[in-house]
Write a protein that binds this ligand. Sequence first.
Ligand code: C5P
Length: 297
Amino acid sequence: MSVTVRVPAKVNVRLAVGAARPDGFHDLANVFLAVGLYDEVTAAPADTLRVTCTGPDAAQVPLDATNLAARAAVALAERHGISPDVHLHIAKDIPVAGGMAGGSADGAAALVACDALWSTGASQDELLAICAELGSDVPFSLIGGAALGVGRGEQLTPIEVGGTFHWVFAVAEGGLSTPAVYGEFDRLTAGAQVPEPTAPPALLAALRKGDTTALADALGNDLQAAALSLRPSLADTLTAGTAAGALAALVSGSGPTTAFLAADADAARTIADALAASGTCRSARVAVSPAPGATVR
Ligand code: C5P
């Protein structure tokens, strides 16, 4: 018997970053939107904990105990007094180290898969608490849809989304380290008064209404300057997508994936083709949002 869970990527439609906290994290007002690019994690009984991965970026995925899928299995097993003897197979389609929460997605998916495989009967609150221990973005991967995350991004309030949004994601060559991007944010803002992070009401209203034009006007990412500082060539990708008709362009989370909001599915296709031909990215993917969270298939 095995259990397969499908889990979406995310884009941050507003990532407001406050000053560094004493614990090294940053207080956020982080508006997450799940997008329809998916990883699948399959959990099957095994003699010992084992992680395997397939997909175009599989070689970059750590298969040891640091993998968030493995850590999720261990955390759930410990709480329920069982041994985490499970084979976790990750079918990876979300860009690795791309600012789309691919690792977090695998953590949330493994948790849901092991919960079903072991019939632990954990409540949603227990699963969310384990997710928050695993990483700041993992709780959102569990619930999907759209949500405002505060604290370090793990305290979620779901947001209703009143329509479908069309996106293009330009996948960059190589990844960016999230701690390095936050470190660059600290360097760029040193000595400045960093305002309290907030989510603009106009953005939340745009999501609720499903209003693409209003969402385009309200997108924002406080980590973008830091990502561009570490990877200046991303400016060329942003320019190429905008020239091809994107309503708005931004770095996804800590990057280096860049996200382009399109007016409709046809525009998204046109932008993706232009980006792929531009030579400014490795590949371009279209996806719609919102998407459901980690779900047993
Ligand atoms: O929570 P997670 O393990 O995903 O965080 C990875 C790194 O990103 C942290 O070690 C920290 O450097 C940075 N981070 C942060 N503030 C947050 C979330 C993440 O500084 N709210």
